[in-house]
Design a binder for this molecule. Structure first.
Ligand SMILES: Nc1ncnc2c1ncn2[C@@H]1O[C@H](COP(=O)(O)OP(=O)(O)OP(=O)(O)O)[C@@H](O)[C@H]1O
Length: 363
């Protein structure tokens, strides 16, 4: 008769343990294998002292198993789980956290609130390059100027641009090696996947890795008390959008588009995706709406005009505002001081957008 797992476990289950009870009652046997006439398993004990006390148990188990017909060799290994090494103290800005970003996600049943964060707003776009990151950084600054406690998470895993736009650099600190201290700029608490990667390091992660990275950025960053956390998403309708809406209780999404038909077509796809994910779309923003010539004051509509407002109406969604195309916007973004910090017309447009969200009770 072949030796089975049950034969082995039954043979040793009534061996008494020094701490009381029997081997069968305690859950100590791991990795039991039967390989022809060889039986192997691990006895997992609490610590080295228990291992010593358990030596007679190991000897008795070995003796009993060797008496079973068909068993020629018994290998028992006793292990005590290693104590986790105390976290290395890392201090000060610029110190590299020992956290590894991009591991596999840990199991999480449903959306998990971020302690201290009241609202989460995802900023998305169907198409790349429509100014989603520009709008997110300026909106964050405008909300902070309006007195809100604002966080900005750059989850644009393929092209994180918030460090440049918000003017933050260096590695975020992790004093306990477990959690990440975010950066602060222009009154906004900032964290970007770009700050955890080496310059120019391309990300070739797929689904589970992306989910893991996003989960860490949401849950392992010390966001503190925030009225609103804005999340700059990658363009399109991919894994990051999907996992964000599954992992975090997103209040709603803002969709940025230019008035061009092609951008609008993609925006519609993004809206559709948020609908499927049961994330409310808070409204549409038209970026690069008009261009006013700084020399003659002529107003031109380089990408068409009013397309996003019309689309919002057609979809029965709020139109949150139009933002002009201005050289100043790009220069400000490139210099790490968003244009909304200043006093011009664009800054006022952002202040209006921020006010709408505050009045609406979502920021
Ligand atoms: N209203 C604007 N006026 C002038 N330049 C703008 C405006 N909005 C965005 N830009 C510029 O257009 C470029 C693309 O903007 P941005 O990076 O914000 O787009 P995005 O949609 O986030 O792109 P990606 O999909 O690559 O993340 C940047 O150089 C930015 O400075």
């Amino acid at each position: 008769m072949p030796v089975t797992r049950e034969t082995i476990l039954t043979a040793i289950s009534d061996i008494a343990l020094p701490q009381g009870g029997t081997l069968g009652q305690a859950d100590l046997i791991r990795a039991l294998t039967i390989d022809q006439d060889t039986v192997r398993f691990v006895l997992e004990v609490e610590n080295a002292a228990t291992a010593q006390a358990m030596a007679p148990v190991e000897a008795e188990a070995r003796a009993r198993l060797e008496r079973i017909p068909g068993v020629a060799k018994v290998q028992i290994v006793m292990t005590a789980p290693a104590k986790p090494a105390p976290p290395k103290a890392v201090s000060g800005q610029g110190a590299a956290p020992s956290l590894k970003i991009g591991g596999h996600p840990t199991p999480q049943a449903g959306p998990q609130a971020i302690p201290g964060v009241r609202h989460i707003i995802a900023v998305g776009s169907g198409k790349g390059g429509v100014g989603k990151s520009t709008v997110t950084s300026n909106l964050a600054v405008a909300l902070a100027r309006a007195g809100r406690k604002v966080g900005l998470l750059d989850a644009d895993i393929y092209g994180p641009s918030q460090p440049r736009m918000m003017g933050v650099s260096g590695r975020p600190a992790s004093p306990d090696g477990q959690r990440i201290d975010p950066m602060h700029a222009h009154g906004v608490t900032v964290m970007s996947i770009g700050l955890m990667l080496k310059e120019g390091e391309a990300l070739v992660w797929r689904g589970p890795m992306l989910m893991g990275a996003l989960q860490q950025l949401l849950q392992q960053v010390n966001w503190g008390e925030l009225d609103v956390l804005l999340i700059d998403l990658p363009p399109g309708t991919g894994d990051v959008q999907l996992s964000l809406c599954q992992k975090a209780p997103v209040t709603g999404a803002i969709i940025v588009s230019t008035p061009q038909d092609v951008a609008l077509l993609d925006a519609r796809r993004a809206i559709d995706m948020f609908g499927k994910l049961k994330t409310p779309v808070l409204g549409l923003v038209e970026n690069m709406s008009t261009y006013i010539c700084p020399k003659c004051g002529h107003e031109a509509h380089l990408f068409g005009h009013g397309g996003v407002a019309a689309e919002a109406e057609a979809l029965n969604l709020p139109f949150l505002g139009a933002l002009p195309l201005e050289l100043e916007v790009r220069l400000a973004g490139d210099s790490g001081r968003p244009v909304a910090l200043g006093d011009g017309a664009v800054s006022e447009a952002y202040a209006r957008l921020a006010d709408r969200l505050v009045q609406g009770g979502i920021a």
